[in-house]
Structure formats: structure tokens, C-alpha cells
Design a protein around this ligand. Sequence first.
Ligand SMILES: [Ca+2]
Ligand SMILES: [Ca+2]
Ligand SMILES: [Ca+2]
Length: 162
Amino acid sequence: MKHLLITTAALIAFAAPAFAASHSSTVFIEEQDLNGDGKVSTEEFKTGRKVEFVKADFNEDGTLSEAEYVGEFEGRLMIRLSKIADPEKRLEENQRQMRQAKVRFGVLDTDKNGAISFGEYLASGLRMFGMHDRDKDGFVTDKDVALAEKAAKEGKNDFVQP
Ligand SMILES: [Ca+2]
Ligand SMILES: [Ca+2]
Ligand SMILES: [Ca+2]
């Protein structure tokens, strides 16, 4: 039983960061490189987004309700928060993160119909992909990481980090 629990937690932890694409290009490549060739193609990224979307769409109606989106996030959050020993801090962090998740839901729901469609979900992902793909060749690679490092050295405070 214990073994099963650890395995499930590890699986969720592994899948976790992919849901919200990382701000770090290095981590972005680590998480989104499905075929292990060291770079992320646009097609590869789209496939990953589809998998994440379907996973969160519990009632399989093709859209993510706030409950589905926030619920998926909360499941992963609980595992992360279990590492915080102080119950008061844990509660505080939980409330803060859940507020942010609801804000993110509102941002992702571009047409404000109360649900995230795959189109909306993909569009936000592709915006993120575009920020990582600094040389705009349709792939996020080591070259883009190097460009991010250069920007950081030049003191540019970009949303996307190396
Ligand atoms: Ca790849
Ligand atoms: Ca919508
Ligand atoms: Ca690129």
C-alpha cells in the first residue's frame, strides 16, 4: 500500500509542472521534451498540452470547468504543501495558491464563458512557447536557453528565465 502511494505521488509530481508551462526555458525543455531529443518542437508541445487537457477534463465534456481546473491544481498542491511542517504556514500558502489558481482560470477563459476550451488552453500555451522560443525557429532548444542567459546577463528582467 505504501509503495503504491509513493508511486502515485511520484507520478502526479512528475506530471505536475507540465500543466502550467515553466517560466524557465531549461525546465520547459526538461518537462516538454516528450521524445527525448533535447528540444521541444511546436507539434510536440501541442501533443503535451492535449494530454494535460484531457487528463484534467474529468467529465470528458471537452472543456475545463473551474472545478476541474482548480481541482486538478489542488491535488498537486496538497502534495507540495505536505512538505511544509508549520500548519499555519501551510494553510496560508494553500489559500494564496488557490486564489492564484482561480485568477489563472479567469485569464485562461478568454471568452469568459466559465469554461476553458482546448483552443483557449492551447493559445495560452503557445504564447508561452513563443516566449521561450527566442530565435523563433519553432523549437525551444539550448540555443534559446543561451539567448535567455544572455538577456539575463544584460540585466533584462524577462518573464521567461534561462
Ligand atoms: Ca523533443
Ligand atoms: Ca472559455
Ligand atoms: Ca528556438
